[in-house]
Design a protein. Structure first.
Length: 96
């Protein structure tokens, strides 16, 4: 069993257009943003409350990271903490 994909294998996987959610998630719209799941939308609402309470400095939706030439990774959120640290968040990973 292969543990790691090559860049080409990952690109092919992305191009297949796997439209159906692996976990049966339903897209949810809040504040004009479309989230891939209700859990992701709930986390967005939690971040808004944390920002309002000044528990965090800020956050961004769906930041994109270049992993290699022509290979991108899109996370759900990046959170900017008050202590100057940042967290990259994939909601499905923290709730599973």
């Amino acid at each position: 069993m292969q543990e790691h994909w090559s860049i080409e294998q990952y690109k092919q996987y992305q191009e297949k257009g796997n439209k159906r959610s692996k976990y049966g998630a339903v897209k949810t719209k809040i504040d004009g943003h479309v989230f891939d799941s209700q859990k992701e939308a709930d986390y967005y609402c939690e971040l808004k409350l944390r920002l309002q309470a000044k528990e965090i400095k800020g956050f961004c939706l769906q930041p994109v990271f270049m992993l290699a030439p022509d290979l991108k990774y899109r996370a759900d959120f990046i959170v900017f903490n008050n202590d100057g640290t940042t967290e990259i968040i994939d909601v499905k990973r923290i709730y599973d």
